[in-house]
Design a protein around this ligand. Structure first.
Ligand SMILES: *[C@@H]1O[C@H](CO)[C@@H](O)[C@H](O)[C@H]1NC(C)=O
Ligand SMILES: *[C@@H]1O[C@H](CO)[C@@H](O)[C@H](O)[C@H]1NC(C)=O
Length: 292
């Protein structure tokens, strides 16, 4: 019996030594594996964490669909689909760390809240919009699709068909009409337990080992940029920002944010510069501290 026991023990040690896999979710207008952005980020992660398995989320089944679904989709359906892909990937079965860029940040948080198996361990969001945005993010190189979406949002982000089709409408947060936002937003208000309290969300988000929120100091894309840290405009007052720990979301611990904070599991980082100008020095510090 003894040799077998030894064998099992050393096999376990080998498995334990494997780095925790990483799931990534790209931002608006980007795709899973584009050479210039996600591809190079993944290459740089590979240098920091040799041998790490990575799954970069692709929406739809090709690059074209992946980019388009960053604008036109029902994100609740997309997130459900990605949860299934994650659950079906044997390499992720033991749990994973996650990195979300821009809107990918709030989508991965929804994964943590809705689909806790396999477990997400640490979640890093870079320029996420956890309280939504009040205004449409500008797009790099302003595409015609972008212009069209902007005019639809102007028409009414909470009109049912727009809400159900336009991704950015689903995290549009009108602080001039919080009631409308709470009742009509099918995504961001829902995952933030704004309309009704879903305790499973709180329970599931609280299971994270660490939630790491990165804000860009000069972010011109996210309005207001404090949304990356769960802050937002005061109701009917865009001259006042309510910091994360004075929002009801936090004080009433609706989604477990206060629980995470009070147990030392909520981290705030800043990076100098505009939206997604990732400071690799700070990024690598985060990897060092939480992913290794
Ligand atoms: C929260 O996690 C549990 C499993 O731990 C799961 O059954 C439940 O569906 C999740 N909650 C929600 C709202 O999806
Ligand atoms: C909110 O958090 C900030 C930064 O951590 C801290 O300085 C401040 O005292 C907190 N405010 C409240 C009301 O707890």
């Amino acid at each position: 019996m003894l040799p077998l026991l030894v064998l099992v023990a050393s096999a376990t040690a080998l498995v334990a030594a494997d780095p925790t896999p990483i799931v990534l979710w790209h931002g608006m207008g980007d795709t899973c594996c584009s050479v210039g952005s996600m591809g190079s980020l993944m290459n740089s992660i590979k240098k920091e964490i040799p041998g790490v398995y990575m799954y970069s989320v692709e929406l739809g089944s090709n690059t074209l669909q992946d980019r388009e679904k960053g604008f036109l989709a029902n994100m609740n359906d997309e997130i459900e689909g990605i949860c299934k892909k994650i659950a079906a990937d044997p390499k992720l079965a033991g749990g994973f760390n996650a990195i979300g860029l821009s809107q990918g940040g709030q989508f991965l948080r929804a994964v943590a809240q809705r689909c806790p198996n396999p477990p997400m361990k640490n979640l890093v969001t870079l320029g996420g919009q956890h309280q939504g945005v009040y205004g449409f993010p500008h797009c790099a190189g302003d595409t015609p699709l972008c212009d069209e979406i902007r005019s639809l949002l102007d028409e009414g982000a909470y009109i049912d068909w727009i809400q159900n089709t336009i991704v950015q409408a689903q995290y549009f947060h009108d602080s001039d009409d919080e009631e409308l936002y709470r009742t009509k937003s099918i995504f961001i208000a829902e995952i933030n337990n704004e309309l009704k309290q879903n305790d499973a969300y709180k329970e599931n988000l609280s299971k994270l080992e660490q939630l790491i929120l990165v804000k860009f100091t000069e972010d011109s894309m996210i309005v207001p940029r404090d949304s990356s840290w769960f802050g937002f405009y005061a109701e009917k007052d865009i001259d006042t920002i309510v910091p994360f720990n004075e929002t009801k979301l936090y004080t009433e611990d609706r989604i477990g944010l206060r629980t995470l904070d009070q147990s030392g599991r909520l981290q705030f980082y800043t990076m100098e510069g505009d939206h997604l100008q990732i400071d690799m020095k700070v990024f690598n510090q985060i990897l060092d501290k939480y992913f290794k």
